[in-house]
Ligand binder design. Structure first.
Ligand SMILES: O=C(O)CCC(=O)C(=O)O
Length: 325
């Protein structure tokens, strides 16, 4: 039986004006909602699991606040809502396993932002739901902003979308001393297993000693099966070399050349993504985004088809854990 789920709008959050008022006609209610319950987190999640799944299908993001949660309870809440937790495969960023398939969120230096992105949208497989748990709230900053991927698509000019009609070409170089090694990205020491993965998913690959180069195409958009809506769903702007600080970019190009960069992205035909297109895409994300300050114990449920997520710079001992189903 489905229990009634009461979600209340969260105060103190002001989405960017264009997030609910953009030009393509449709509007989405991006006000985040929260479920509050001071009682047992796991029982509550078991009772409301089906209702939470239902709401997530359209709402995109729900914050659970005020539940007493530790790592074990987070694990159980995720199972109650989404079933078995998925491992982080075909990795693109460093994360450490904390308990089973619960990981730290991406371990990038605290002064850096992580651009909004849909989890693993560069890969052959991705989670449909991502769960973030605030184990330790940051001192300042450090929100995990979200952006409605339907709004992002609507905010990207038609001419830009047309250039991405055939998808994105992702190029990656895995080396031990820069970015991720192939062993970390694919979670194996077995080259043959990596080659099997590449062949199964149509990734071209070549070896240069212990350095692995790959190239693969993925679509730029996705039709969400639950709502039938098209969403912007790729990491072209994040893989692109322009995402790095200019100094680091110059050093990488000088050291490894254009074809040896840890990550890069091109239009599907291999030509460069125009700078103006990247600017338009990044500004669409910015316009559609909203950020919630974390409170210790918060769990954020994110529909990975409908919502991108990122990270703001922070101070203090922030610890956000992530699980995927
Ligand atoms: O730490 C966070 O809030 C999210 C980091 C992130 O974007 C990720 O791990 O994919």
């Amino acid at each position: 039986m489905t229990a009634t789920l009461t979600l209340e709008p969260l105060g103190g959050i002001t989405p960017h004006p264009r997030a609910n008022d953009h030009t393509a006609g449709a509007t989405y209610d991006l006000r985040p909602t929260a479920a509050r319950n001071p009682g047992g987190a796991v029982d509550w999640a078991r009772t409301h699991g089906a209702a939470l799944r239902d709401r997530l299908r359209t709402d995109g993001m729900i914050l659970l606040r005020g539940l007493p949660v530790d790592i074990a309870a987070f694990d159980d809440v995720v199972r109650a809502v989404g079933g078995e937790l998925l491992p982080y495969t075909e990795r693109s960023t460093p994360r450490s396993a904390v308990k089973g398939n619960i990981y730290t969120s991406t371990e990038y230096p605290s002064d850096q932002s992580i651009p909004l992105h849909n989890e693993s949208s560069y890969a052959a497989a991705w989670p449909t739901t991502v769960y973030f748990f605030c184990h330790t709230a940051p001192g300042t900053g450090g929100a995990t902003p979200v952006a409605d991927s339907r709004a992002v698509l609507d905010l990207i000019p038609q001419a830009v979308r047309a250039r991405f009609a055939d998808g994105v070409l992702y190029t990656r170089t895995f080396r031990a001393e820069m970015g991720l090694s192939w062993q970390e990205a694919y979670q194996t020491d077995d080259r043959a297993a990596v080659e099997r993965h590449c062949r199964a998913h149509g990734h071209a690959y070549s070896w240069d000693g212990d350095v692995l180069h790959t190239r693969h195409h993925r679509p730029a958009t996705l039709t969400d099966p639950a709502t039938g809506t098209e969403v912007w769903f790729n990491q072209g702007h994040l893989f692109h070399i322009s995402n790095l600080e200019p100094d680091l970019r110059d050093v990488l190009v000088e050291t490894y050349g254009d074809h040896g960069l840890p990550r890069n992205a091109h239009l599907a035909n291999g030509s460069p993504i125009p700078d103006d297109d990247l600017t338009a895409i990044r500004s669409a994300y910015a316009d559609a985004s909203l950020a919630l300050p974390w409170q210790q114990g918060d769990i954020m449920l994110v529909n990975n088809h409908l919502m991108a997520h990122g990270r703001e710079p922070f101070t203090g001992d922030r610890r956000i854990l992530v699980a995927m189903t």
